[in-house]
Ligand binder design. Structure first.
Ligand SMILES: NC(=O)c1ccc[n+]([C@@H]2O[C@H](COP(=O)([O-])OP(=O)(O)OC[C@H]3O[C@@H](n4cnc5c(N)ncnc54)[C@H](O)[C@@H]3O)[C@@H](O)[C@H]2O)c1
Length: 252
């Protein structure tokens, strides 16, 4: 078991990529704390994991609120004593054309995707430093953090910000042995993308942009997160790891 004895926090771990990651980590021996603001989905996700005899706890909260994040950190420390791994996964994406994005939409994407990642990263890293934990922090970015997609200016900017935040965190936390990397998925089948995926007409032009010719599955991102969380990636920090079926290498 590659994460035996480790404690992992996964934000937005009730569904989609986060839930697949929580299940993968728990199957590899980690104690998993899932933080999510969707209480019902959160409880269901935790029951799926604990029903298999694996360890998981639910922490209800909103990552854009410092007091909720501090409560999450305190709860995990009270339960398990330390935090070794964080997957900063919770995020939103509400498409709108650049000319139509409302200021409130911009602020919401920045507050959840970028500030939330900062808050969770900072409050957990302080604890890792205090305890001398040589941890691994994984920030969920996107191919949209490396190239622009139309109707996503606020999302693109928030994910681009996560990549630079990742490098900044990696630089300042390296002296403590804490590694920080970002994971940049391409087009993955989750609640965020399902409406388009089930509509063949909407999906076809998108598939033409992906050399491997299919959408990705949450489990394929969870497998990569496992590598990034484990000692197998022990010499990797400040890196943006792209998992996109080749989407970013294609010019036309
Ligand atoms: N699906 C994709 O194609 C894709 C591609 C690239 C990157 N991503 C990123 O992966 C991450 C997960 O995406 P997904 O597709 O699994 O989405 P999803 O909507 O299926 O899951 C997101 C989870 O985050 C939770 N969440 C959202 N805002 C929150 C907040 N403020 N506080 C606490 N919990 C919150 C939701 O309740 C949900 O459980 C996101 O950061 C997303 O930007 C997704």
């Amino acid at each position: 078991m590659r994460l035996h004895g480790k404690t992992a926090v996964i934000t937005g771990g009730s569904m989609g990529i986060g839930f697949a990651t929580a299940q993968r980590f728990a199957a590899e021996g980690a104690r998993v704390a899932i933080m999510d603001w969707n209480r019902q989905a959160l409880d269901e996700a935790v029951s799926v994991i604990t029903a298999k005899g694996q360890e998981a706890i639910a922490i209800s909260g909103d990552i854009q609120l410092r007091e909720d994040v501090q409560h999450m950190v305190d709860s995990v420390l009270q339960q398990w004593g330390s935090i070794d791994i964080v997957v900063n996964n919770a995020g939103i994406c509400e498409p709108a054309s650049f000319l139509d994005i409302e200021e409130a939409d911009w602020d919401r994407h920045m507050a959840i995707n970028l500030k939330g990642t900062f808050l969770v990263g900072q409050l957990v890293a302080r604890e890792m430093v205090k305890q001398g934990t040589r941890g691994s922090i994984i920030n969920m970015s996107s191919v949209n953090g490396l190239a622009a997609e139309a109707d996503q200016a606020h999302y693109n900017a928030s994910k681009g910000g996560i990549n630079l935040l990742t490098m900044s965190m990696a630089l300042e936390l390296a002296p403590y042995g804490i590694r920080v990397n970002s994971l940049c998925p391409g087009y993955i089948e989750t609640r965020l993308t399902r409406a388009q995926i089930v509509n063949p007409e909407a999906l076809a032009p998108y598939l033409r942009t992906i050399p491997l010719g299919r959408v990705g599955q949450p489990e394929e991102i969870a497998d990569t997160a496992l590598f990034m969380a484990s000692d197998e990636s022990r010499y990797m920090t400040g890196h943006c790891l792209v998992v996109d079926g080749g989407q970013l290498i294609k010019l036309s």
